[in-house]
Design a protein around this ligand. Structure first.
Ligand code: FUL
Length: 482
């Protein structure tokens, strides 16, 4: 039997382990709310509002709301459909940049209660979410093109007022999502946002909720097309993800939707390797979120450009799912309801295919797997639980099963309570002669790594060898599928 003589404890690609510098990195760990959030993996965005009625991506705040009346609006339909895709929650645009509020607020007349529709859509959604076992999240745009106080200190009171209403009247909220977009000159006004005040309101009423994007808990991946870095780090320099940095990279023009859908500047490709971290004193734990829309735009459109030019296919979306959920990030998929207030059959069709593509690979789990820690000399230490902390003389994990079986997918995680440690791993499969054949090299693991094999393997043993790590790797929830 060929020995795998590479291991994190053997030469670690020449990188030190356990020195003061690597200690500094692994001391950065997630909060409980981040741990809960990372378990969600995939959830949805709903962009809906006056833009939906106007075929627009950004409103200017002067929209006439006297005709807003999505007669067939059915939040149960949204939840039923999204739940069936495996979603864990829905984040709704309670207010987009145009300032129109989908909820009952006493702070502005520009809200849904003053339209012919006349019902609080956030309330309706919160009730449907409860019914369907989905979590509710709130997108509240800091940039407000309607509100007169925008650009003055008073706007912070206004924003806090609305935030408090949302905190108090809609049950449990898992996420508050603040985006960094702000148009050129913002009506000639510049608002100094009192972020700390906003955050303290949220922490007071919803201590378990994450505050995303312009916030301390979840990091925007840096583009709106669902592109995930090859190595997505959760331990990063604080200044790489400041609210200012987010705003600078965000959309500044309504026509940028398509550009943003692909943009990711090369300089931000590496956010957290040792080469980067060593230059920064202050580090934070911030898991990445890949946000992407099922269509080219965030709001529903029925014009030809949006219909035919850039529809995402179920296959594209499934790739984004595996890259993000299986690449230490989460997936926030936007599914905008149409003018009637329903998820349209065109999106339903794509979602059905998407669901098949992301669930079928997990249908046949090989359950009789024996897990053991594997040493370079071929020795194995039995592991009773799915979680394995590798000892000094071990280089990886062996997964063996009684009979040869087809293998097409592996899924495993790091126990992030001990931070993100793995920097590189290799996968080997035992062949007919008992030799271990190298089949895959990957980098980070983090909250979850999914490896799909191009060619189905036929074997009775797989090895995951950790070739570079910041400290003893702790892998958990290791699963294998035919
Ligand atoms: C951006 C906004 O400008 C878009 O309209 C959309 O809401 C997206 C999720 O964030 O920054």
């Amino acid at each position: 039997m060929k020995k795998i003589n590479e291991g994190w404890c053997i030469n670690n690609n020449g990188f030190p382990i356990g020195d003061a510098e690597t200690e500094r990195y692994i001391n950065v760990t997630p909060s409980e709310r981040q741990i809960d959030f990372m378990k969600m993996e995939y959830y949805n965005f709903i962009h809906f509002g006056v833009n939906t009625m106007n075929n627009a991506e950004w409103g200017n705040g002067k929209e006439n709301i006297s005709k807003f009346n999505p007669k067939k609006l059915d939040t149960d339909q949204w939840c039923r459909i999204l739940k069936s895709t495996g979603s864990k929650g829905i984040i709704i645009t309670a207010k987009h940049h145009d300032g129109f509020c989908l909820f009952d607020t006493k702070y502005t007349e520009h809200n849904v209660m003053n339209t012919p529709f006349g019902k609080d859509i956030v309330k309706m959604l919160s009730e449907s979410c409860k019914k369907f076992g989905l979590k509710l999240g709130i997108y509240l745009s800091p940039w407000d093109r309607h509100e007169k106080t925008y650009g003055t200190d008073k706007y912070n009171d206004f924003f806090v007022g609305q935030l408090t209403e949302l905190c108090l009247n809609y049950g449990n909220i898992f996420c508050f999502w603040f985006d960094g977009a702000c148009g050129e000159g913002a009506n000639g006004k510049k608002q100094v946002y009192d972020w700390d005040r906003y955050y303290s309101v949220i922490r007071k009423h919803h201590p378990d909720a994450v505050i995303s994007i312009c916030g301390p808990d979840v990091r925007w991946i840096g583009n709106e097309g669902g592109r995930v870095r090859k190595s997505e780090w959760s331990v990063i320099p604080s200044e790489k993800d400041s609210n200012e940095a987010v705003a600078e990279n965000s959309q500044t023009d309504k026509n940028q939707t398509a550009v943003m859908a692909e943009k990711l500047s090369d300089t931000t490709e590496d956010l957290g390797s040792r080469a980067v971290l060593k230059n920064y004193r202050s580090l934070v734990f911030k898991p990445a979120e890949a946000d992407v829309s099922i269509n080219l735009g965030w709001f529903w459109h029925n014009n030809l450009y949006y219909l035919f030019k850039k529809q995402r296919t179920a296959k594209d979306l499934a790739k984004i799912y595996f890259d993000s959920v299986g690449g230490n990030a989460s997936m926030l998929l936007n599914v905008p309801p149409d003018k009637n207030g329903l998820i349209n059959k065109r999106e339903i069709k794509t979602l059905k295919k998407f669901t098949r593509l992301i669930t079928e690979p997990f249908e046949k789990e090989i359950t009789e797997v024996k897990l053991s820690a594997y040493s370079p000399d071929g020795n194995k230490r039995n592991a009773e639980k799915t979680e394995i902390a590798l000892g000094k003389s071990e280089s990886g994990i062996s997964l063996s099963f009684p009979e040869k079986a087809p293998v097409s997918l592996l899924s495993f995680r790091e126990n992030l309570r001990f931070s993100q440690r793995v920097e590189e791993f290799k996968i080997f499969a035992k062949d007919d002669k008992g030799e271990y054949i190298h089949i895959h090299t990957g980098t980070v693991v983090g909250s979850r790594r999914i490896v799909r094999f191009r060619k189905q393997l036929f074997t009775d043993e797989i090895l995951i060898i950790i070739t570079q790590s910041r400290a003893a790797p702790i892998l958990t929830d290791i699963r294998i599928y035919s």
